[in-house]
Each structure stands twice: as structure tokens, then as C-alpha cells.
Design a protein around this ligand. Structure first.
Ligand SMILES: O=P(O)(O)OC[C@H]1O[C@@H](O)[C@H](O)[C@@H](O)[C@@H]1O
Length: 272
């Protein structure tokens, strides 16, 4: 894998290149901002209005959500990891490794930890894996997600396969519980769901395009698209951007991870 440091949209990034594919990873948040497989077609959505000055999370790419998903806890919405400077630690086993260490001084989540994000790239495949070590002396609990913003041409033509039969919490309808009866998930308004116990691989379909999505370690899948009305209220999205992405997140939300001293948790998402 060829690695160099570049400025992308004005923010310092590590660029990964192999077999004709390229990925840009921002040191801010260890966030993959761009992924172009060898066919040269960008697969991730990154908002033109994304903020890169650290004052907010970067809207798009693959934000790392840790140690709190959404507002399920006393800490920052979607956790602090997406707003921290991570360290590029080099390449190990063909994957670029980024680390973030906590010394327990964070008031909202006061636990020592070491997080590693491993990013592997192939001609047509991207794999992102999060590892968390408990480096302290007491157990801690956390929730997490790889919040992938997958780029589409028109959300109304998009379908997700692989969730039929799964139960989900509908966050856009007050957290009510439902079962996915239809074979495909499609989008016609705000969609914000947490599917649990997902085992089948997923696929994002749009016309002739298909993106396969696999996950391991993570038990849940979050599907999010703000729809037109919520999109209009999100400052770092353009009014039409809701048409341009579907978030399919490998997540561990409904059953928090509990990690004892010296233990490690791992979860990953592969796209391709
Ligand atoms: O605006 P944020 O903090 O990046 O969150 C975006 C969305 O992230 C999704 O994961 C949540 O399910 C949504 O409820 C939320 O709106």
C-alpha cells in the first residue's frame, strides 16, 4: 500500500493507494472522507458544506462513533472520537492504522482506553475496523458505530437488501418497535432505524450499481436518511443533499459493549 500525507478539502489527510484504488483519511476523527475503487467512481458522500475547522463533526465519509451513539448517554452526541485528532500509526498487516488514546480525564466518560481504526483497501473493497482496549482498572460500557455515508445519485431509486425479518427501533417515530417485512428497505421520507441482530450481508442497490456490505463484531445496523424536511434544517447539508446519500452504519447500540480491564472489543464493516 502506498501512503502519503496530503491536504484534501483543506484538511490534513493520509492518502492510501493500492491496486488503482484510493482512500483519503482525515486525521481529524480518523474519518475516511473519500473512497474511490479502481473504477474511479467515488463511493462516499461528503457534503460540500462540511466543516473542517474542528468546530463540528465532518458531515460525510465514515465518521467513527465512540463511545456513545446518538444521545444515549451523558456525553457528546455520537461520542467524542469523531471530533478528536487521531494519530497515524503506520501500516500493519496491509491496513493503515490510526489510534486514539484516552487517559480517563474525560468528565463524561472517564475511562482509560486505546482505540485503533484499521483501514484496508483493495481494488474494489474497503474494510474499516474499530478495536477498543480497556487500558484501565475498571470495566466500562460503550456504544459505537461506523457511520458510513454511502453516495447515491438519487435516494428514491435506492434499495437496501438483507434486512428482511429483522426487528428495528424507529428513531424517526419515537423509538417504536417494528419488524422489517418487505424484502427491501426503500426511502420516501425521513428514515432513522436501528436494526438489531443483523446477520445477513447487506447490499445497497441503485439501478445497475450494487455495493455489498458486510459487518462483523457489530450486532446492529443503523439506516439513516434525513429526508427533505430534516435536511433543510441541517446547516452542513445543502437542501438537496438528502437525495445524495444513504447512511448504512455498522453499529452496536441496543446492547452496549461491556469491556473489562485488559479486554479488547473488535467490530468492522467491509464495502465492495
Ligand atoms: O447530525 P449527527 O450528529 O451527525 O447525526 C446524524 C444522524 O446519525 C444517525 O446515526 C442517527 O441515527 C440520526 O438520528 C442522526 O440524526
Amino acid at each position: 500500500m502506498h501512503i502519503d500525507t496530503v491536504s484534501f478539502r483543506g484538511t490534513p489527510c493520509i492518502r492510501l493507494q493500492t491496486e488503482g484504488a484510493t482512500a483519503m483519511v482525515s486525521l481529524h476523527g480518523a474519518q475516511v472522507l473519500s473512497w474511490m475503487p479502481a473504477d474511479g467512481r467515488e463511493r462516499l458522500f461528503l457534503s460540500e458544506r462540511a466543516v473542517f475547522d474542528g468546530s463540528a463533526a465532518i458531515r460525510g465519509g465514515i465518521p467513527v462513533i465512540f463511545p456513545q451513539f446518538g444521545e444515549r448517554g451523558a456525553g457528546h452526541r455520537h461520542g467524542f472520537a469523531r471530533n478528536r485528532a487521531w494519530t497515524f500509526a503506520g501500516v500493519e498487516n496491509e491496513a493503515a492504522v490510526f489510534t486514539l488514546a484516552g487517559d480517563g480525564s474525560n468528565a463524561d466518560w472517564p475511562y482509560p482506553f486505546l482505540a485503533r481504526l484499521r483501514i484496508g483497501l483493495g481494488a474494489g473493497r474497503l474494510r474499516v475496523a474499530l478495536e477498543v482496549d480497556n487500558t484501565g482498572a475498571t470495566p466500562f460500557a460503550f456504544t459505537a458505530a461506523l457511520h458510513s455515508y454511502l453516495r447515491v445519485d438519487d435516494i428514491v431509486l435506492v434499495a437496501i437488501e438483507g434486512l428482511q425479518g429483522c426487528d428495528y427501533e424507529d428513531s424517526a417515530a419515537g423509538g417504536t418497535l417494528h419488524r422489517q417485512h418487505d424484502y427491501e428497505v426503500t426511502f420516501d421520507s425521513e428514515t432513522d432505524r436501528i436494526y438489531n441482530d443483523v446477520v445477513a450481508p447487506l447490499a445497497l442497490l441503485e439501478g445497475a450499481h450494487r455495493l455489498d456490505i458486510e459487518q462483523d463484531g457489530f450486532g446492529d445496523v443503523v439506516v439513516w436518511n434525513p429526508g427533505e424536511q430534516l435536511c433543510a434544517r441541517i446547516a452542513d447539508l445543502a437542501p438537496d443533499d438528502w437525495k445524495r446519500f444513504a447512511c448504512i452504519e455498522a453499529a452496536q447500540v441496543l446492547q452496549p459493549v461491556v469491556l473489562g480491564p485488559g479486554e479488547t472489543w473488535r467490530g468492522g464493516q467491509a464495502l465492495g
